[in-house]
Design a protein around this ligand. Sequence first.
Ligand SMILES: CSC[C@H]1O[C@H](OP(=O)(O)O)[C@H](O)[C@@H]1O
Length: 353
Amino acid sequence: MEALPLRIRPTADQAIVWANDRLYLLDQRILPNETVYIELQSATDTARAIRDMVVRGAPAIGITAAFGVVLAARASYRAAPDNWRDRMTEELQRLADSRPTAVNLFWALERMQRVMGGIGDGNPEPRLLQEAQLIHREDVAANRAMGEHGASLIGSKTSVITHCNAGALATGGYGTALGVIRSAHAAGRIEMVYADETRPWLQGSRLTAWELAQDRIPVTLLTDGAAASRMAQGGIDWIIVGSDRIAANGDVANKIGTYNLALAARYHGVKVMVAAPTSTIDMTLKSGTAIPIESRDPHEVLHCGGQRVGAPGVAAWNPVFDVTPAALVDAIVTEKGIVLSPDRQKMAELMAL
Ligand SMILES: CSC[C@H]1O[C@H](OP(=O)(O)O)[C@H](O)[C@@H]1O
């Protein structure tokens, strides 16, 4: 991967760019201090970029993987025009192995493989690129629909707490949780957004605060440990978060710390909204206990802001997601509509729409 200048304005809605027949990612590891696009030359590059969190966020991971399939097809067809499918197997597996929790990754790969199955002779790239771009466009449209659905639940002068980054940077654009916040703000109903910093990777302080400030939406940073005390002071109406995978009974996997928020919210009478496209819902898993939870390098916990904060010899536990039981979720908001007090039957009815 090489960092190349790309002559577009680096905004949160341009985190994933296909231009000049090339794939570029806004490097989210160094936002907000630097806005640098990295060009990806192969599916292996793409898998590494997902694993290393150059791009992150469930829908964004799925969209990026779809473009990774296009890069794999280009290389395979050039190497073996008559046998390009078989040559893609290894690269597709690398993409699938990049991160385990966001189901959108596997949903996108399966959709691209279904298209691969329908391609006849000749160069597969144009048809696969068309599908990857369609997945990207559909995600933005879903986020805008989700934003309106979610905003319909938001009353005037609402203050919310959000966790991690479920914004344009985590999706194809507009965002899921931040999409709801953007739509409610456009309707004049947002008083304040409190953004948890979200240790250890700081998606909240580095990414969410940047996105909201860029859109002139009022935002106040919280340390992760401050959220419950802020709720205890009163005046918080909703917790609004995204998700990486939702099980068939409505259990929600999201960034580590979401479960803590939901427990404190229930105690303080604050409602919990999870905004996610239906591509994040995994009806093959009966409950959240079956959702694979990614653990990352303890180094991420033992360091902060580029310096070591854990004494030598100290261990660290670094699961980067947790599961919030459906019983602690007041609303799951998707592009298809809203599920209040989610349960298995209601999730099945939503998915049947
Ligand atoms: C709209 S999905 C965003 C979702 O992804 C984040 O995880 P990560 O930054 O590790 O990819 C977090 O769980 C967000 O809620």
